[in-house]
Design a protein around this ligand. Structure first.
Ligand SMILES: Cc1cc2nc3c(=O)[nH]c(=O)nc-3n(C[C@H](O)[C@H](O)[C@H](O)COP(=O)(O)OP(=O)(O)OC[C@H]3O[C@@H](n4cnc5c(N)ncnc54)[C@H](O)[C@@H]3O)c2cc1C
Length: 349
């Protein structure tokens, strides 16, 4: 007989973890399964000592009350994005223009230890063993049975699929989804799934001493938008890649080297010797991106639940991810809003 719990949550990104937090607070037993060997999903933080460097989200913003309340409840320290000094423009030909332009990310908020501190904080508050990693769900039936890639199964009275809609569409559904629901899931782009991010860490934020904020807008690349990502006493610069997905596929080391070369061109020889370089291409992450996400979005879509996804899938299955959030879809705040909605659905029945 398959193991059983009143509630199964599939996905241990911010949405799934926040649903788990709500259920735990309400005394509802649950199990949470994530395919990766770590929790956090699109939140991914690399560490040097206690300093955290974000390869996924870096910021939240004033006016996002759930994020503000969560970091406060977890006792995390929040600080403003470094935005003092001049911005650099890099032209297509590699010319570097120094400008006193405003920092586009001024006023954005970062979390000490990186966004991963939120993931660890949430996980630490859950019953031991309830979030399980390395558990890839491949099928779900409206009788409440989850099937795993290793052939195992799990039964639950209610299931929350806390995954991006396009990833949900890749599961085997019993009975099969209607073509309308399937198309609606596949039409919702996964926020930032086509992007890649590189972080170079230095002993000190030397650019600040030259009156530079660390912000760069580049028409040449490989990074097209660069910001200060310093943590603790260490300096760090991170950038979003502008290289097309197909061109960077499987080329992580080469791309990372090209990023350091670009930083050296922009900020001088001190940038040539980072103490660490971290790189993540989200388009290569099977549990985040599908081939349709390979064209990175150039604007933030108007997310929300389309009409055909407004009713739960069958009596037992509820969809929740930042892309389906009632507000702030795409953002971390949206993931928390989606989790609120999913928890209300579970607890109302
Ligand atoms: C590079 C980048 C930068 C970003 N910057 C910002 C920012 O600065 N501010 C901001 O607010 N937002 C930002 N975002 C968006 C933010 O990361 C997302 O809004 C948020 O993390 C989404 O959380 P989620 O739980 O809804 O989805 P996800 O984090 O995608 O979680 C889904 C989970 O489901 C799991 N899963 C997938 N398939 C299966 C399966 N078959 N079986 C079991 N588990 C499965 C995954 O492993 C994952 O853990 C950024 C994202 C990226 C990638």
């Amino acid at each position: 007989m398959a193991a059983h719990a009143p509630v199964a949550i599939v996905g241990g990104g911010l949405t799934g973890l926040a649903v788990a937090q709500h259920l735990h607070a309400a005394g509802v037993p649950f199990r949470l399964f994530d395919a990766r060997d770590r929790l956090g999903g699109r939140i991914r933080t690399e560490h040097l000592g206690t300093d955290g460097f974000d390869l996924g989200p870096s910021w939240f913003w004033p006016g996002q009350p759930r994020m503000a309340a969560l970091v406060q409840a977890l006792g995390l320290e929040v600080f403003e994005q470094y935005a003092t000094g001049a911005l650099l423009y890099e032209t297509e030909q590699g010319g570097v223009i120094r400008d006193r332009g405003m920092s586009s990310m001024q006023g954005s908020l970062r979390v000490k230890g990186g966004m991963g501190a939120i993931v660890s904080g949430l996980a630490a508050g859950l019953p031991k063993g309830s979030p399980e990693t390395g558990r890839t769900v491949v099928s779900v039936s409206d009788a409440g049975v989850l099937g795993f890639a290793d052939g195992g199964s799990f039964e639950a009275d209610k299931i929350v699929l806390a995954m991006p809609p396009r990833i949900v569409a890749g599961l085997g559904f019993v009975p099969v989804l209607t073509s309308e629901v399937d198309a609606a899931l596949r039409d919702i782009p996964t926020w930032m799934a086509g992007h890649a991010k590189c972080v170079a860490v230095y002993d000190v934020p030397f650019w600040r001493h030259d009156g530079l904020s660390g912000d760069v807008m580049s028409r040449r690349g490989p990074m097209v938008e660069i910001h200060d990502a310093s943590a603790g006493d260490r300096g760090a610069l991170f950038g979003f890649l502008g290289v097309p997905v197909a061109q960077r596929a499987g080329q992580g080391d080469t791309v990372a080297q090209a990023c350091v070369a670009q930083l050296t061109h922009l900020f001088g020889p001190e940038a040539a010797k980072p103490v660490a370089v971290f790189y993540t291409d989200w388009a290569e992450e099977l549990h985040t991106a599908v081939p349709r996400d390979q064209d990175p979005l150039t604007h933030h879509p108007a997310y929300g639940r389309p009409v055909s996804l407004r009713a739960p899938l069958g009596a037992r299955i509820f969809l929740a991810s930042t892309e389906l959030a009632p507000e702030m879809g795409g953002f971390l705040e949206g993931a928390l809003a989606a989790a609120d909605e999913a928890a209300r659905w579970v607890l109302a029945r």
